[in-house]
Design a binder for this molecule. Structure first.
Ligand code: NAG
Ligand code: NAG
Ligand code: NAG
Ligand code: NAG
Ligand code: NAG
Ligand code: NAG
Ligand code: NAG
Length: 459
């Protein structure tokens, strides 16, 4: 090659290296780097699933820092400044020298930060392909701060709900206030850690829906979970005697479609799965207090039994051996007063003639005040414990993993609340007077076809 052509080649190479190449969005911010709203800066997770950037929800013109699904940019799963919107596009996210993420407004005041007490051990802020925004030292997996610890309204694979009893930390979902306003709204989803773990949907401080207790496989009132557990296995930790932490979460098997569990501002808790063929979210599970049948917490009152098939009777009936406390209230469709026993129990100092009647296929009642012993080996032993204690009104197995050999024991000593029929493999055993057995006693209020079935069943 002649010297001139060598020179030309060098010049040529120098030119291309100077061309402004549109760099693919990075997944990291190093110390001192920033994301600027007015430039449309974003972070893109390495596999491309998640994007972090600034957005305005719905018709709002306010600006928020959030993380969304890249395939569905209006599905924001996490918002940093839920309560502190920016009024214009002058915002900037900086990973500062103190190793803290700070969101600054146009006047460079801090409106949000990833404050943590772990010192400044992080060298980088990174958006992982799980959707988790983390601070980390190099590639260390110890995160002094991570967005997964501060859920908004959405639970992604790898996140958790529940409580740590040592640190007092509680992880919960809080709905947006409206479709245009991500500030904390009326609805929360928490993991109840008294009794058996179960998910509770709250409106303010009122329970509006329960998932049913965890039965070793899924939450007892969500039997459809068994149809997608192979893709999204559930993980409930802390079922031991004195746990430091009780949590619920789920993971996604490799290759499983994108999924999320969300509490929306209308009070619906829902699992959605992304359908790549149609480019839309499909609902795999949805529950809320607005359901007109049996999902509203305690709809039929104490010792009521809700049957979602029994539209003609307003869905409410009583458990076998009980009748409404106020027939006039029930005629007016006011069911929350609940039901009372037809025949008194006979039990004194452990001596009893009472018997147990099975109420099959139910979402088990609230276990908040129930006594739970996960180590009881069999349903027989559980029955014996309930039988021996005059204050025990009902029992059920806690763990159905043994197939026919159910284990664990739940004992109820106060009112049975929020019982409904559901296509579950769990049964409730109810303490009744012996006079309820042995004859076909058609209770006047056995007005649901399915309840007639229970009563006729006898035993
Ligand atoms: C933000 O980062 C850009 C480069 O990405 C830089 O030019 C700018 O000066 C930075 N702004 C501030 C306030 O640090
Ligand atoms: C979201 O995606 C739609 C369709 O691809 C596009 O028109 C819109 O500009 C995007 N919005 C944002 C904020 O990126
Ligand atoms: C960060 O990682 C480097 C290299 O692994 C290590 O030398 C350093 O001590 C770490 N810093 C902190 C604060 O953990
Ligand atoms: C909330 O979820 C319900 C159930 O899927 C849905 O019908 C409703 O449109 C949702 N509302 C919003 C604002 O997303
Ligand atoms: C549990 O007990 C508390 C305190 O007595 C009571 O307020 C609450 O209603 C009870 N919960 C259930 C489900 O019975
Ligand atoms: C019966 O059960 C209640 C509630 O679990 C408990 O407080 C009480 O000690 C039990 N009584 C006996 C005799 O075991
Ligand atoms: C129940 O336990 C018995 C004895 O421990 C065992 O032989 C049987 O296979 C078990 N049945 C199921 C369904 O697990």
């Amino acid at each position: 090659m002649r010297p001139t052509s060598q020179l030309l080649l060098l010049l040529f190479l120098a030119c291309i290296s100077l061309l402004p190449i549109q760099a693919p969005a990075a997944d990291k911010l190093q110390k001192g780097q920033n994301l600027t709203d007015s430039n449309g800066d974003t972070l893109l997770s390495a596999g491309g699933s998640f994007t972090l950037g600034f957005f305005s929800p719905g018709v709002s013109t306010k600006r928020y820092l959030g993380i969304w699904f890249s395939v569905s940019n209006d599905t924001v799963y996490w918002v940093a400044n839920r309560d502190q919107p920016l009024v214009d596009k002058s915002g900037m996210l900086v990973f500062n020298d103190a190793a803290t993420l700070v969101l600054l407004d146009g006047a460079r005041r801090t409106v949000w930060s990833s404050d943590f007490t772990g010192g400044s051990s992080a060298s980088v802020a990174q958006l992982l392909d799980s959707g988790n925004l983390v601070l980390r030292n190099g590639s260390s997996v110890a995160y002094p701060w991570q967005s997964f610890d501060y859920p908004s309204d959405t639970l992604l694979p790898g996140m958790k709900l529940g409580k740590n009893f040592w640190t007092g930390t509680e992880w919960q979902l809080t709905s947006w206030r409206s479709a245009d306003d991500p500030s904390p709204g009326e609805y929360r989803r928490t993991l109840e850690t008294k009794g058996l773990p179960e998910l509770i949907l709250w409106r303010g401080n009122v329970k509006t829906h329960r998932s049913g207790p965890y039965n070793g496989l899924y939450f007892n009132g969500v039997p459809e979970a068994s149809t997608y557990m192979n893709m999204y296995p559930l993980h409930v930790t802390g079922l031991t005697a004195r746990p430091t932490e009780i949590t619920y979460g789920y993971t996604a098997e490799p290759g499983a479609p994108l999924t999320r569990v969300v509490v929306n501002h209308t009070g619906v808790a829902e699992r959605l799965v992304w359908n790549t063929d149609t480019g839309a979210w499909i609902s795999f599970f949805s529950r809320g207090a607005r359901d007109i049948t049996c999902d509203a917490y305690g709809k039929c009152g104490a010792f009521g039994l809700c049957d979602p098939e029994a539209a003609l009777s307003g869905f409410c009936g009583c458990v076998p051996g009980f009748r409404p406390i106020s027939t006039s209230a029930w005629q007016m469709k006011q069911y929350v007063g609940g039901c009372q026993r037809d025949a008194v129990l006979e039990c004194r100092a452990g001596k009893t003639t009472d018997r147990f009647k099975v109420v099959p296929g139910v979402k088990l009642p609230d276990t908040q005040n129930a006594t739970v012993d996960i180590d009881v080996a069999s349903l027989e032993e559980c029955k014996a414990r309930c039988y021996a204690n005059c204050s025990c009104l009902a029992y059920a197995a806690a763990d159905i993993r043994g197939g026919g050999n159910r284990s664990g024991c739940i004992l109820w000593t106060d009112a049975i609340v929020d019982l409904r029929l559901i296509d579950s493999k769990q049964d409730l055993y109810l303490r009744l007077s012996k006079s309820e057995f042995g004859m076909y006693r058609l209770s006047i209020y056995a007005f649901l076809p399915s309840m007639v079935f229970f009563v006729l069943e006898g035993n």
